[in-house]
Design a binder for this molecule. Structure first.
Ligand SMILES: Cc1ncc(COP(=O)(O)O)c(C=O)c1O
Length: 359
């Protein structure tokens, strides 16, 4: 068998250790996973009922057009239905974008470190990857612009950036969009949109009319708490969406995911609750970092990257033994940092206590 050469350069995604395995390995009754920026409060109560109600309909294929959720989401966002594309998580939209626009002889520009799936999918398509180092945890938009040439097809902007949590204010994004050539697609990944509290965070949907080369990515996996069902979406102008649609699998979002997302949108109180709790949780971590003189990036996501100035894997292991799964920064480009998903007040307090003891 002759696999594509570029696949030989990639490793499959390394998932964090599953909770049950950690329990067994370390002989623990309780394990808390704060590694993948999932919602510590679960999802809206409305979701449970709709899933149970659907159990008798498993034999039927999902609606490939995702009509009901499309209509509901379009209203919620104030866009037209033909401005949306749904994916099996926003991960899949990243894949669809790469399938649609990248190939040998093209290049794509992104920050580093950033969300790894941009690079991963672009490598599979055989594109050249142009990675521009972050500056102080922020996208270096000036140098990203410099990296664009006539072979550039896609530029990735992760706002707020994973794993740093740092965001790009509207004014900076606007001056960047003004300078990107109009035939280069700008993907603005807003996976953590619902958690953002900064007033100068871009109102990106308003920008779609002016910038026809802009695509926004959002997801139901984070604040909506539906990560296991896999549903995310892209928002762009209708021509762009139409262009990409053939690269999408016909039944890529499943019925349960569509129905869960539909009712989850009704529960904006839950989203507000999660945003407020997250903000409180971030403050717990900021206080801890300041008390212990640890460097961190102020975050607009539901996670925080803290630099402990020592081997991240050792700290990761030490927390694992206490029943907390976090993400070592080693694989994320920050070898002395941990990326910790913000949990409930009690979970944050518990993890901070363990960290204090370890320090
Ligand atoms: C920045 C960013 N984009 C996209 C995703 C993918 O999310 P999903 O595929 O669950 O929608 C994640 C998940 O961690 C992320 O951090």
């Amino acid at each position: 068998m002759k696999v594509k050469e570029q696949l030989k350069m990639l490793k499959p995604y390394q998932p964090g250790k599953p909770i049950e395995e950690v329990k067994k390995e370390y002989n623990l009754d309780k394990v808390v996973k704060l590694a993948s920026n999932e919602n510590p409060f679960g999802c809206s109560e409305l979701v449970k009922k709709v899933l149970v109600d659907h159990f008798d309909n498993m034999a039927i294929y999902p609606d490939g057009y995702a009509f009901a959720i499309r209509e509901k989401l379009a209203n919620h966002l104030g866009v037209n239905m033909d401005q949306l594309i749904f994916g099996n998580g926003s991960d899949e939209i990243v894949q669809i974008i790469c399938r649609s626009y990248l190939g040998k002889g093209t290049n794509t520009v992104m920050a580093t470190p950033t969300f790894p799936q941009y690079r991963h999918n672009a490598v599979i398509e055989g594109a050249e990857i142009r990675e521009i180092p972050l500056k102080n945890g922020e996208h270096d938009l000036e140098n990203m612009l410099q990296a664009i040439d006539e072979k550039t097809r896609v530029v990735w902007v992760c706002n707020p950036n994973n794993p740093t949590g740092v965001y790009i204010p509207e004014s900076q994004l606007l001056s960047f969009l003004e300078k990107v050539p109009t035939d280069v697609l700008v993907v603005l990944d807003e996976a953590y949109y619902e958690y953002v509290t900064q007033e100068d965070y871009p109102n990106s949907i308003n920008l779609l009319q002016k910038y026809e080369n802009l695509m926004i990515l959002r997801t139901f996996s984070k604040a909506y708490g539906l990560a296991s069902l896999r549903i995310g979406y892209g928002i762009a102008n209708p021509t762009l969406i139409k262009e990409m649609e053939p690269a999408r699998e016909p039944f890529n979002t499943n019925t349960l995911a569509q129905k869960a997302a539909f009712v989850a949108l009704d529960d904006q109180d839950f989203i507000e609750y999660c945003r407020n709790e997250n903000e409180k949780g971030l403050k717990q971590y900021y206080c801890f970092c300041e008390e212990f003189n640890l460097k961190y990036f102020p975050s607009q996501g539901n996670f925080i990257l803290i630099n402990f100035g020592r081997d991240a894997n050792e700290l990761f292991e030490a927390l694992l033994k206490k029943g907390f799964i976090v993400r070592s920064g080693k694989a994320l480009g920050f070898p002395t940092s941990l990326r910790i998903t913000v949990g409930s007040t009690e979970q944050n307090e518990a993890i901070i206590q363990h960290l204090k003891e370890l320090l």
